[in-house]
Design a protein around this ligand. Structure first.
Ligand code: UDP
Length: 237
């Protein structure tokens, strides 16, 4: 076990697979069985889930909605993903609690930092929904914030590609993948990893970020075991 406590960031888009919108149950099930293996290995795991498969605030505001209102809709979308993930995790035998930054106690616990840590210590997965509860933020920034709050050793950012490249590898066949980067290189190179608020928060709190491909079978467990898959971002290379 390479990490005592880790935070996994799953984008909403990761949950929709090839569907283009919504939630693909087979993808969620595959993620759940991967997470079950991680928890069995003894690493405490918290998850921040995005909502881009259902609604994004920026898209809503581009269509004329007030930005803050659109962001609240985006945050509510993340709760649907969180509850769906909880259902899949519990079916895979992993005790799971959802905590939301916007209170909705009929469906989930409110976010209480010390309680989240207690759940983790008891071997439960904690899924954080509703972002950080504030508009104008992202779930990547939420991942950085919650990781700092729960003293996570690392953030695993699961994506559709196997790391960070100097340019979009889907569009450029000769794109080069980085094994290691510093926070500063990500910020000054404007590399599309996480938004700059998230990177700055990780930098200030020295939380390493590992960007890896979610869809390789067993990849979450491989990343959490310390295998060097993907790109590692830290203070020094
Ligand atoms: N959001 C927000 N505050 C937060 C987290 C999320 O307002 O702390 C809103 C924002 O509108 C965002 C949406 O929720 O577009 C979905 O989150 P995000 O885009 O980060 O999801 P992902 O890209 O990971 O699927």
């Amino acid at each position: 076990m390479a990490y005592r406590r880790a935070l996994l960031k799953l984008s909403g888009e990761a949950l929709m697979g090839e569907m283009g919108f919504g939630i693909d149950p087979s993808i969620v099930q595959a993620i759940a069985s991967d997470v079950a293996a991680v928890v069995q290995s003894g690493t405490q795991l918290a998850i921040v889930v995005g909502g881009g498969n259902i609604f994004r605030g920026l898209k809503g505001s581009a269509a004329g909605m007030e930005r803050a209102t659109a962001d609240y809709v985006g945050m509510l979308a993340t709760v649907m993903n969180a509850i769906t993930l909880q259902d899949a995790l519990e079916r895979a035998g992993v005790p799971t609690r959802v905590q939301t930054a916007i209170a909705m106690q009929e469906v989930a616990e409110p976010y209480i930092r010390r309680r989240a840590i207690r759940h983790l210590e008891k071997g439960r997965v904690v899924v954080f929904g509703a972002g950080c509860g504030n508009p104008f933020f992202t779930t990547d920034t939420t991942a950085a914030l919650r990781a700092a709050e729960i003293n996570a050793d690392v953030i695993f950012k699961a994506t559709k590609v196997d790391g960070v490249y100097d340019r979009d590898p889907v569009l450029h066949a000769n794109a080069v993948r980085f094994d290691h980067l510093t926070y500063q290189q990500v910020l000054s190179g404007e590399l599309a990893v996480m938004d700059s608020t998230a990177i700055a928060l990780c930098k200030d709190n020295a939380i390493p970020i590992v960007v890896f491909d979610l869809f390789g079978p067993g990849n979450i467990a491989r990343a959490v075991s310390g295998e060097s898959i993907g790109t590692r971002i830290a203070q020094t290379v």
